[in-house]
Structure formats: C-alpha cells, structure tokens
Design a protein around this ligand. Sequence first.
Ligand code: NAP
Length: 263
Amino acid sequence: MARILVTGGTGYLGRLVVPRLVRAGEEVRVVSRSPHASGDGVRYLVADWTTGDGLAQAVGDAEVVVHLAGDQLHNEQVARTLVRAVRDAGARPHLVNVSVVGAEKVPVRSGFDRRVLGYMPSKLAQERVLEESGIPWTNLRATQFHELVLVAARALTKLPVVPAPSGWQAQPIAADEVAARLVELALGAPQGRVPDVAGPEVHTFRAMMRAYLDAVGSRRPTMPVRVPGGASRAYAAGANLNPDRAVGKQTWAEFLAEHVERR
Ligand SMILES: NC(=O)c1ccc[n+]([C@@H]2O[C@H](COP(=O)([O-])OP(=O)(O)OC[C@H]3O[C@@H](n4cnc5c(N)ncnc54)[C@H](OP(=O)(O)O)[C@@H]3O)[C@@H](O)[C@H]2O)c1
C-alpha cells in the first residue's frame, strides 16, 4: 500500500482518479483549497496554493503525488508552489502529472489569445517546472475530455445559431480512460514523459456541435466563425491532436448516447 496524495482530487478528473486509487487499496489523501469531510477511504487536507500554507505538511510523507490541481491559466504558479512544498518538506515523492496534447504547439501572443486560449502555454510552463524540479516525475499528456466538449456544447447551443470556430478540430477522450492510465502510472516507477493518450476519432468542432444538437433533437443551425490569432490557427491545423496515439475507446457519439437525452 502506497501513501498517495492527489492534488485537485475534487475536480472532474480527480473524482475519477481518487476512487480508482482507493479500490486499488492505496492510502489516499486529497489536498483541496476548501475543507471536505473525510470518508470512503479518503482523507481530505486543506492547503492554500497562494501562500503554500499546509502543502508541505500534505506532501510530507507521500510516496506518490498525483498532480491534477490547476485552472485555465495558473498551472505554472501552482506547480511552483507544489515543488517548493516538496522541497520544504524534504520529501522525494514520485510526481505524476497530467498535461495536454500539443502544449508546445499552440502559440499565444495577443491579449485575445492569452485570455481565451492561454491554457496550452500554461500547461507547457507547468511541465517545465516539474521537469526541472529534480523530483522523480511522470508526465501524461491527454487530449480534451468528452466532458469538456459537452460543457462547451451545452453553453453554445443555447444560442439561436450555434457558433463553431472555423476549422477547429478535436480528438476527445473519455476522462475515465485518462484516469485509469494515471492510476496505472501512479502505481509504477517514474518514467518521465510517457506516450500521449488521445481519443479514438478526430472531428471538427462544428461536427461535434452538430452531433450534440442531433443527440438532443435540436435542428438549430451551426455557423462557422472565424477566430483570429495564431492559437486559433493552431487548433485548425490540428496542434491539439495525436492521431498516432488514438488509444481511447469511447467515441463522441457513444459518449453522447450515454450522457445526453433527447428533449
Ligand atoms: N479537461 C480536459 O479536457 C483536460 C484535458 C487534458 C488534461 N487536463 C488536465 O487534467 C487536470 C484536471 O482537469 P479537470 O478537468 O479535472 O479540472 P477541474 O475539474 O477544474 O479540477 C481541478 C481542481 O484543481 C483545483 N484548482 C482549481 N484552480 C486552482 C488554483 N488556481 N490553484 C490551485 N488549485 C486549483 C480545484 O480543487 P479545489 O477547489 O478542491 O482546490 C479543482 O477541483 C488539469 O491539470 C487539466 O489541465 C484536462
């Protein structure tokens, strides 16, 4: 049994990773910015990612840290805080990180790019912090989760005409399949960067919106919208795809059939 700390264990992916670790018989702790009741084999700890308070204590005796905490833009800062806490604690856990396919391929220059599409460079900066930390690490890059595309679909399809950035492509994967791979990695030795995991099919964003509309029984039209900037061009050129690593099983259509009801 290993002592495993999961950062971001309250998030979407975390809620899939944590029970898998518990079922594997590991001693699981989750660090969160807010208090949660411990139970179901999980102990929750509170830490402040701005000051780092509570983090050194949380990582202190962890043998593995599965790092899932972060948001759209603050992944580098969060990783730095984690690395500092590991050093302060004098710990040397195996650090398992999750990143995103194409992190180095999406340029972000203008204010618009940074605000809307700054996620990829933020994940790249996070990877660099961990790689240079001297802590034994494993890094898995995944494509966009079906669940994330579904959130976008639900929001955009409220509009009378559904805007779809021109040419943008995606290769969505089930988050639970990514969770399974992360658990496998967490239970093994540090491997550095491991092969990406990508969904089984590549679609245009517009085709995915159409499939969602059809699944809910809506006849609303979709309309291509030109999104300016280098990051948008990168999404259209497939920077966020890895067809050679299409190892995911569940397709977008299968995911929709499971998660969406006809109105
Ligand atoms: N979603 C995707 O399509 C996708 C694809 C590839 C990789 N990933 C990566 O997978 C990981 C998990 O993604 P997810 O979709 O599960 O994310 P999520 O649901 O947003 O959960 C992330 C968790 O991180 C914590 N967090 C959020 N902002 C933070 C901040 N500024 N400082 C410190 N902690 C913060 C939150 O936990 P507390 O509130 O409990 O502190 C939150 O529950 C992320 O690293 C993401 O980049 C996601």
